[in-house]
Design a protein around this ligand. Structure first.
Ligand code: NAD
Length: 269
């Protein structure tokens, strides 16, 4: 018996084997979910199809979330294939490189619109199409980052997009709750992925988080996958509108100074 037996999950955002969406997909599949995958762009096709094959998934469709017609098509295809939907995973983000890094005040109007459209509005667009398919209730999940709450180096336009995504999570949760559709976001610690490579200094961020977080550990795709499974399954039945941190506890910290640094300063005084 798997936690996801009889459930159908549609996952947006697998780019390659390092994608957080792939970590989530594997856990949902391990627990019995039937999986549908969506990818963006020809270049990723050759990476996503072999992964889909690994889990025996033959519903693999292209969908650029900036295009409403493509979103309509994939949900029509999902309805025709599965008849219903239980879980929707939104693991999508994009910003122009120049709007990550540099100075925050230099973010362009077009760059702002693009980042917010792909990384935040798309959750509304996908949820709207998922709602009529979630006839038996459902669970909608997205991925966010702590930069939505506190200022983080160089995250800039994506921090604004994540703040929007977290607010959208709460409003969707309130809107769709009557239909027993739950909407939650996972705030993951930094993980080396394709999207993360666009954030200047990501390697330093990973190292710093690992050294400072209460659990002194590095978050993996599997860790996020486990929390996603919990939220997608009936175990998360009464949880909605939440942002759950899967970050080794980093978000509880105020100022971070290592024991070694303090010892060095105190020893010198
Ligand atoms: P990733 O590059 O593997 O995934 C990002 C996905 O977004 C890709 O599959 C890409 O194709 C998709 N995408 C971009 N533009 C799109 C569009 N127009 N239409 C459809 N899909 C589009 O990287 P990831 O780190 O796994 O990112 C997944 C999510 O996790 C993102 O929301 C990201 O912000 C979030 N997140 C990542 C980290 C991290 O450190 N890696 C931490 C917290 C949150």
């Amino acid at each position: 018996m798997g936690l996801m037996d009889g459930k159908v999950a549609l996952v947006f955002g697998v780019a390659n084997k390092n994608s957080i969406a792939w970590g989530i997909t594997k856990r949902l599949h391990d627990e019995g979910a039937t999986i549908g995958l969506s990818y963006a762009g020809e270049i990723l096709k050759k990476r996503v199809f072999p992964l889909a094959e690994e889990i025996g998934c033959d519903f693999v469709k292209e969908c650029d979330v900036t295009d409403d017609a493509q979103i309509d098509t994939i949900f029509e295809q999902a309805k025709a294939r599965f008849g219903k939907l239980d879980t929707l995973v939104h693991s999508i983000a994009f910003a122009n490189r120049e709007d990550l890094g540099g100075r925050f005040v230099d973010i362009s109007r077009d760059g702002f619109k693009l980042a917010l459209d792909i990384s935040a509005y798309s959750l509304i667009a996908l949820a709207k199409r998922a709602e009529p398919l979630m006839t038996d209730g459902g669970s909608i999940l997205s991925l966010t980052y702590y930069a939505a709450e506190k200022v983080m180096p160089k995250y800039h336009v994506m921090a604004v997009a994540k703040a929007a995504l977290e607010t959208i999570t709460r409003y969707l949760a309130n809107d769709l709750g009557k239909k027993k559709i739950r909407v939650n976001a996972i705030s993951a610690g930094p993980i080396k992925t394709l999207a993360a490579a666009g954030v200047p200094g990501i390697r330093l961020m990973i190292k710093y988080s690992e050294e400072m977080a209460p659990l002194r550990d590095r978050v993996t795709q599997e860790d996020v996958g486990n929390t996603a499974l919990f939220l997608a399954s009936d175990w998360g039945r009464m949880i909605t509108g939440e942002v759950i941190h899967v970050d080794a506890g980093f978000n509880i910290l105020g100022m971070t100074i290592s024991d070694e640094e303090i010892a060095k300063i105190e020893g010198g005084e």
